[in-house]
Design a protein around this ligand. Structure first.
Ligand SMILES: Cc1cc2nc3c(=O)[nH]c(=O)nc-3n(C[C@H](O)[C@H](O)[C@H](O)COP(=O)(O)OP(=O)(O)OC[C@H]3O[C@@H](n4cnc5c(N)ncnc54)[C@H](O)[C@@H]3O)c2cc1C
Length: 466
């Protein structure tokens, strides 16, 4: 796509998540003012924090639960993601099989149940979050990716998923892109959701269950106090018996968590609604989510009102984990994505983008969250979903509650929960190491060859992803 065409297509894109504009305004919640008391305090009001509050109330309606959100509820990663919702708790099937082969049947069962239960809870409360369990397609853009898709298809079938390989003609007949050389159509395992409606739905359920929510209430310090904890905010303090920390990619209240989480910026574009003619020109009748198998992969999907959401590719890490809104590299990432939309669907020439935004992904070296307790077992955390937390945040929230209860459950028995990822080294080593790893991943995308450095990381169970 010529530079002028990219500039024109992006010229009117609002720097705001589409999902947050596509939903009606909701009530806001007052900041903490003065001293409050609660049984359970939840720090962070994204999907993880909201699920922790909801599940705590579902388990014991008499328990007093308060959520403290630094900004607005569910407007960080939870309000600005791609809306792919997966059963997987392991960042995909292949990764789970490589990391925890003996526990994979259990991990799959718990992941499936988690998504079934999310759907059931939304139904029970009459929440329509446009949850569509249509699976996904992984499209090959290079000949070297076709073997990998065939292996992935066999793996999916062996684990009870419904999957089929499509050749070039079948893939292009399904979704009309001249770039597709084949595809893996997986019909099970998840689908898509409207993250804004899901967020509002969870806030609504939490309010109905009697959860106290406070926005614009950043917790600046968490300390032990008598038999529980005290959380300081700019205008008050909350005393609670226990706390769940659900702060995702933000600077954690527990210093030790900094070793495990690297905030990575991920970028997303949304187009204007397609006309009926444009919509017909791309096929895509099953409206499944699409992705490609590169290390720098794209993810794209249709919105309920017929736009294309297109994200991913650049996973930007900056020294010290700083994520600046005005980073000049950000515009380059949007331009790259815009040109990839055009090469994927050249028939949509002239289509403009209505929204562009970025968000921080809480990456761990194992691509799956870490769990644990602190402050004498009074606080538990679930952070590090590494770009696949829309569904698994509920599993993470329940696991954090299990850890506070100190009673073994099916979740706390998993090695995914009991063992931590390899920590990232501190700066100034962290940044160059991540850049070297990214360069190796980019080289693999170019050549199709996984070099010795990446193979060594594989053996150590370490990697870098968004
Ligand atoms: C661009 C992008 C695309 C993504 N796409 C997908 C996808 O398609 N599918 C998928 O499964 N996952 C995706 N993800 C990941 C997914 O959005 C997250 O894993 C999930 O929303 C995690 O929710 P969370 O509650 O842990 O974090 P968040 O939603 O980030 O919530 C954390 C909250 O904690 C608050 N907070 C932080 N510190 C404090 C403090 N000290 N006091 C009070 N509050 C605090 C923050 O303000 C924030 O609201 C994507 C993420 C991004 C950024």
């Amino acid at each position: 796509m010529a530079g002028d065409a990219v500039s024109a297509a992006l010229a009117d894109a609002e720097p705001t998540p589409f999902w947050l504009q596509d939903i009606p305004a909701r009530q806001s919640f007052d900041p903490v003012d003065g001293t409050l008391h609660s049984d359970l305090l939840v720090v962070g009001g994204g999907f993880t924090g909201l699920w922790a509050a909801i599940e705590a109330k579902r388990a014991d309606p008499s328990r007093e639960v308060a959520v403290l959100e630094a900004d607005r509820l569910a407007e960080a990663a939870s309000g600005r993601n791609g809306g792919f919702i997966a059963e997987s708790l392991t960042h995909g099937l292949a990764h789970g099989v490589a990391m925890w082969p003996d526990q994979m049947p259990e991990l799959l069962r718990q992941g499936r149940e988690n998504l079934d239960e999310i759907a059931a809870i939304l139904d029970e409360h009459g929440i329509d979050a446009h949850l569509q369990r249509r699976g996904k397609s992984v499209v090959a853009l290079k000949p070297a990716q076709l073997d990998g898709l065939a292996r992935s298809c066999a793996l999916h079938l062996a684990h009870g998923e419904q999957a089929e390989l499509l050749d070039r003609d079948q893939a292009q007949a399904d979704v009309h892109s001249p770039t597709y050389l084949g595809a893996l159509r997986v019909r099970t395992g998840g689908g898509t959701v409207h993250p804004g409606l899901l967020a509002h739905g969870l806030i609504d359920i939490a309010a109905r269950l009697g959860v106290r929510m406070h926005e614009h209430s950043p917790v600046t310090r968490l300390r032990r106090a008598s038999a529980g904890l005290a959380a300081a905010t700019p205008a008050g303090e909350v005393h609670a018996r226990q706390a769940v920390l659900a702060t995702n990619a933000f600077p954690p209240l527990l210093r030790r968590l900094r070793s495990w989480i690297v905030p990575v910026a991920d970028h997303v574009l949304v187009t204007e609604p397609l006309s009926a003619e444009q919509r017909a020109s791309i096929g895509w009748q099953q409206e499944q989510g699409l992705t490609d198998p590169g290390n720098r992969f794209h993810y794209y999907r249709l919105t309920p009102d017929g736009r294309i959401l297109f994200g991913g590719y650049d996973a930007a890490y900056h020294v010290g984990g700083r994520i600046h809104a005005d980073d000049p590299a950000r515009m380059r990432s949007y331009r790259t994505l815009a040109s990839h939309v055009q090469s994927t669907f050249p028939q949509l020439e002239g289509l403009r983008f209505s929204h562009r935004w970025f968000g921080a992904i809480d990456t761990t070296s194992r691509f799956t969250p870490l769990f644990g307790t602190a402050l004498g077992g009074r606080a538990a955390y679930a952070v590090g979903f590494t770009g696949l937390g829309v569904g698994s945040s509920r599993f993470g929230a329940r696991t954090a509650l299990d850890l506070l209860d100190q009673a073994p459950t099916e979740r706390t028995g998993l090695r995914l929960v009991r063992r931590r990822p390899v920590p990232f080294p501190p700066e100034p080593i962290r940044y160059p190491l991540i850049r070297v790893t990214q360069a190796a991943l980019e080289a693999e995308d170019r050549t199709g060859i996984r070099g010795p450095y990446l193979r060594l990381l594989d053996r150590l169970g370490v990697g870098f992803d968004s």
